[in-house]
Design a protein around this ligand. Structure first.
Ligand code: GN1
Ligand code: MG
Length: 365
């Protein structure tokens, strides 16, 4: 969506000044993120990734950057000590030594080194990819277990909190600011039914002492870089790393790996979890997290898949009702289509929950 032509001269000038870029620097759109704007920057044959933070979503960009710096520094130390065997994103500070540049128009920009010879996947076409993703995101969480919880702040409070998301949905539905409630009524009913059940079980987990950790919170498949042999190489998109539950991360992986079609596919017949992918993903996650997971977490991995699919489906639906103010959309019904897709996946995950949970391996085996 963003092209070099859209990067206005003032922005180009501000970025060039901040990072000392040459006048020949090329800028090209990169990736499929729904929130930040991402560009591949080529300067003298050197490639870097430049991102404009969406400050409507990340209200405290300075906190996001402090978190990113703390997390990448910690992972770098873990890697150097031989405890983390994946690449680590490297922030490129501005010439002034800052982790981000704030331009005259108030926009926040930051730069990472480009990880060479890697690519992302939108959907998985082999269970081995699910294993790799589970192991990669699992190792990421395990490596962060040693980081002091007080160092990483909560960038978006209640991000995956199903109760908060449901309350917001009810308010937005009642307000019907965009006049879209009628078109979405069947999906709203499905969502309300799903949440009655989800919220009740979620409360039992909180009461049972579900551990709070530092988690990634956006473990969709396309936030992991793979090499050309489809080995996981590097976890990306660190903006939402903050205190959370391992169930959020595992659930998001299921949401994006188990269905053969992307989250916005309207071919709902094909939106179904693939059990062999779940088995591979769970095996990878259990291996990657080592001794980190408690019994309560392991026993709720299939529930996590349902819950996060429901929560993100509800966020798409809420944004549709609210007139598409949060997620980037390609056409007016896009968020509603995403929501229908996610609730179709939710229904199939619910029907198969026990069968999927039975595929989670024991930590020892
Ligand atoms: C957003 O930024 P991106 O596209 O990786 C969103 C996630 C959603 C996802 C749905 C900060 O992730 O929570 O699951 O879209 N990130 C934020 O595709 O809201
Ligand atoms: Mg992303």
């Amino acid at each position: 969506m963003s092209t070099v032509d859209e990067l206005d001269p003032a922005t180009r000038g501000g970025l060039a000044e901040a990072w000392g870029l040459s006048p020949h620097t090329g800028f090209a759109p990169l990736g499929n993120g729904l929130i930040n704007r991402t560009l591949l920057v080529t300067d003298d044959g050197r490639r870097r990734v430049l991102q404009c933070l969406n400050v409507n979503v990340f209200r405290d960009p300075a906190l996001v950057m402090r978190n990113c710096r703390a997390v990448t520094a910690h992972l770098g130390r873990e890697r150097a000590a031989g405890r983390y065997d994946y690449s680590v994103l490297e922030l490129v500070p501005t010439l002034a030594g800052e982790p981000a540049a704030v331009l005259a128009d108030g926009s926040w920009w930051r730069m990472y080194d480009h990880v060479p010879d890697t690519a992302t996947h939108e959907t998985a076409d082999a269970p081995s990819l699910a294993f790799e993703a589970g192991r990669g995101f699992g190792a990421f969480a395990a490596a962060l277990a040693g980081l002091d919880r007080g160092i990483v702040g909560e960038v978006i409070p209640h991000f995956h909190d199903p109760a908060k998301r449901f309350a917001t949905f009810r308010e937005v539905l009642a307000a019907d600011r965009a006049g879209r409630a009628d078109d979405a009524i069947a999906t709203c009913d499905t969502a309300a039914q799903a949440f009655e059940d989800l919220l009740a079980h979620w409360r039992t987990l909180l009461d049972a002492g579900l551990p709070w950790r530092i988690t990634h919170n956006d473990c969709k498949l396309n936030n992991l870089l793979f090499d050309d042999a489809d080995r996981a190489m590097c976890v990306i998109d660190l903006d939402t790393v903050m205190p959370g539950s391992a169930l959020f991360d595992f659930g998001d992986m299921c949401r994006t790996l188990l269905s053969p079609v992307p989250e916005d596919s309207t071919d709902l017949e094909r939106v179904k979890p693939r059990p062999d992918y779940f088995a591979a993903l769970a095996r990878g996650y259990v291996e990657g997290t080592g001794s980190m997971l408690t019994q309560l977490e392991r026993d709720n991995l299939a529930f996590a898949a349902r819950m996060i699919t429901g929560v993100i489906g509800l966020r798409f639906l809420t944004d549709y009702l609210d007139g598409d103010r949060y997620f980037r959309v390609g056409h007016p019904a896009h968020n509603l289509e995403r929501a229908r897709n996610q609730f179709a996946l939710y229904a199939a995950l619910t029907a198969q929950a026990d069968a999927l949970q039975a595929l989670v391996p024991d930590p020892a085996g």
